[in-house]
Design a protein around this ligand. Sequence first.
Ligand code: ADP
Ligand code: ASP
Ligand code: MG
Length: 415
Amino acid sequence: MSLIVHKYGGTSMGSIERIKNVARRIAKWQKAGYQVVVVPSAMSGETNRLLGLAREISDRADPRELDQIASTGEQVSVGLLAIALQAIGVKAKSYTGWQVPVTTNSAYTKARIESIDDARVRRDLAEGAVVVITGFQGIDAHQNITTLGRGGSDTSAVAVAAALKADECLIYTDVDGVYTTDPRIVPEAKRLEKVTFEEMLEMASLGSKVLQIRSVEFAGKYKVKTRVLSSLTDPEMPLAEEAASGTLITYEEDETMEQAVISGIAFNRDEAKITVAGVPDRPGIAYKILGPVAEANIDVDMIIQNVSHDGQTDFSFTVHRNELDKALDVLKSKVQGEIQAKAITGAKDICKVSVVGIGMRSHVGIASQMFETLAKEGINIQMISTSEIKISVVIDDKYMELAVRALHKAFGLES
Ligand code: ADP
Ligand code: ASP
Ligand code: MG
């Protein structure tokens, strides 16, 4: 018997009416002979609401307690969905992460899944039940509830699919697939029939929030057949049509795939730029600046060191916006005096825009086409980084939408 995992995001679970539709869709799959495990998110807005309550008390709340609170959104969702299934005659049972259990490390608010015990789930499936498991959460070795980072239900679903060796993981969301860029920013964006795992990994890591990056990593590691599709279609639509809709993540470069040079444009507003100005241009300076930042467990993304004048240079890098204050504290207390930097400043008015495509490997001139397009729009590039299949630039935040639209057009991605 085929086993399938369905994941429903916040919008898909956003109201009682929508939850009833999700139940009807699941019932259709079960009737067609599938064993179904469902991983829903909290109802849309709920995780923000819960974390907002905590923030009303303190903006430096204990991350353990934040997870304790944030995880409850999904607990409500699984219960409601199980009731909606039972109400239409489908046997269903819901579990939280700790009941399964989904075991994670102890990194509160960004925990990583370590293992999933499938015994209970398999027993229920064998008894003909649909099993509904909370997304976004797990439990650490000391019985503390953890969460997997925002958007983490995607990762829960793919990890559950990997643990159960499911035939496919279907990520139902409020768009009907992965697009060349966020269709909310560029309405002309085109849906991709298929996207290679490597491209999806880059797009997710560069800001396309349609899938959480860890879910893509899991999918790649365990070769989980994963598809992104709409939850907003008629739940009674023919199953074969639904099963072939959306965007499939592929693991081999298939000859028949149209080999677009660029398959997508991603953008990210979550970073901030730090500049350490007037530092001596000599060996060891990058280490002296970034060593303490790394020790404080702060991830650094793009880095640039400017040319030196009179033996001095400026050194800039980006970090997640949430960690800007922490990074500035570290630099001011541990670095500034030590290296005699003239000034240390942080800026949040930046964004990162990236073009992604495996076709870049066999094409030259993509970078210059990107830079020319931005130049024509009068957009200044502050930082650049490249890999084999992507080029990213940091620009002024206020030009983000303009840059994404211009690049989308310049690379011929419009439908
Ligand atoms: P869910 O609640 O189902 O997890 P998300 O809001 O996390 O949904 O992700 C879906 C959203 O991702 C879409 O509504 C869309 O605005 C956004 N998105 C960003 N980049 C892309 C892209 N390249 N293709 C499709 N959607 C994208
Ligand atoms: N509810 C969580 C969030 O809002 C997880 C998810 O939706 O995937 O981030
Ligand atoms: Mg999501």
